[in-house]
Design a protein around this ligand. Structure first.
Ligand code: FAD
Ligand code: NAP
Length: 333
């Protein structure tokens, strides 16, 4: 039988924002449920060294996220491996449906669904995804031992991916559409000093070129952004690192968004346009998009949810039909 779970606070997402919200909501005795989504631990599980998490001069991203998960759990957060596929915010309590078939009924919701890698949208990129085209160097870099690789982009992700890929590749070409990187200076410095990396300025990817049988990348065709001149660079792997877009699918039609889909929150707050719904982390942050800022917003969201629930005790609208019996059942567990 499909299960129904009731909670005071439902946290959707298991990145730094979600787990920090879990720690704070648990300590406020709200018994939160946290649903992890398709990527338990979030974006930091796709990287290696993290050097700007306070208290750790260097920590592996996946290890840090396991520690955050354990911390939230130890404080009392119930962590569930499920994906929310539908979220009804039209009345309180709010109702979320999980891919597992479970229904979650919550008096307050903290959205911490983060961001996902952007793609260029080229047909050839789509064709070779998983067959030489990737957006995750830590996941797929290992397959390119001794091969030539191309990385597209000029931000922190592109530079970090290029540096990481030198562990495997014979050569990494960083293709960027300008001649200036937006990555942090310390990373640019490492990039410029690495003999295996060659930046290719003022170029854009035009096409991924490869073999049909078996499907696999052999080169990229790139175009000069000023002269329009086209050339081919041999490559077995293409890593697209052109930024991230907010994972707003659950709420983009019901909450206010801006700047390309980021959920709008009130100034100095995680409150969204619906009372009782809070948003934290990369889902709402078009500016900083860091682990530490996401964690900070997770803390704010939990504290604001606690205050909201205290001020609105007993103010829920009617419960959904058929909900009472199942809740009584799960409450008795
Ligand atoms: P995310 O980490 O994006 O997590 C989102 C969570 O939401 C995931 O767990 C996902 O499964 C879940 N989710 C999404 N949709 C659903 C759904 N429908 N149902 C349930 N759950 C859902 N920042 C730094 O400060 N330092 C670094 O060194 C650093 N390195 C990085 C390296 C890379 C390669 C990348 C991509 C990012 C890096 N960042 C770094 C940025 C940092 O990872 C993000 O700012 C941070 O992870 C955002 O945290 P978040 O909690 O908002 O969301
Ligand atoms: P980003 O900072 O938005 O950079 C995206 C890069 O891709 C830019 O250089 C951009 O070029 C380029 N680009 C965008 N669209 C393109 C297109 N259609 N064609 C070609 N190039 C394109 O994204 P990010 O590097 O993924 O970083 C996202 C956030 O995570 C940032 O806040 C970053 O600081 C954070 N992060 C932090 C760390 C760290 O702290 N070590 C590591 C990784 C990520 P232009 O420069 O010309 O716009």
């Amino acid at each position: 039988m499909a299960e129904t779970r009731q909670t005071r606070v439902l946290i959707i997402g298991s990145g730094p924002a979600g787990y920090t919200a879990g720690v704070y909501a648990s300590r406020a005795m709200l018994n939160p449920i946290l649903v992890q989504g398709i990527e338990p631990g979030g974006q930091l599980t796709t990287t290696t060294e993290v050097e700007n998490w306070p208290g750790d001069s260097e920590v592996q991203g996946p290890d840090l996220m396991i520690r955050m998960q354990e911390h939230a759990k130890a404080m009392g957060t119930e962590i569930i491996g499920d994906i929310i596929t539908d979220l009804d915010l039209s009345q309180r309590p709010f109702v979320a449906k999980g891919d597992s078939g479970t229904t979650y009924i919550a008096e307050a919701v903290i959205l911490a669904t983060g961001a996902r890698a952007k793609w260029l949208g080229l047909p050839s990129e789509e064709k070779f995804k998983g067959f030489g085209v990737s957006a995750c160097a830590t996941c797929d870099g290992f397959f390119y031992r001794g091969q030539e690789i191309v990385v597209i982009g000029g931000g922190n992700t592109a530079v970090e991916e290029a540096l990481f890929l030198t562990n495997f590749a014979s050569k990494v070409t960083l293709v960027h559409r300008r001649d200036e990187l937006r990555a942090e200076k310390i990373l640019i410095d490492r990039l410029m000093k690495n003999p295996k990396i060659e930046p290719l300025w003022f170029h854009e990817l035009e096409e991924v070129v490869g073999a049909e049988n078996p499907l696999g990348v052999e080169a990229v065709r790139v175009k000069h952004t000023k002269t329009g001149a086209v050339k081919e660079i041999p490559a077995k792997g293409v890593f697209v690192a052109i930024g991230h877009a907010p994972a707003n699918e659950l709420v983009k039609d019901v909450l206010d968004t801006h700047m390309g889909g980021y959920v709008v929150t009130k100034p100095d707050s995680t409150e969204t346009s619906i009372p009782g719904v809070f948003a934290a982390g990369d889902l709402t942050d078009h500016k900083y998009r860091q682990a530490v800022t996401s964690a900070g917003m997770g803390c704010m969201a939990a504290l604001e949810a606690e205050r909201f629930l205290a001020e609105n005790e007993g103010a829920e609208t009617s419960l959904p039909l058929g909900y009472g019996a199942e809740v009584a059942e799960s409450a008795a567990e």
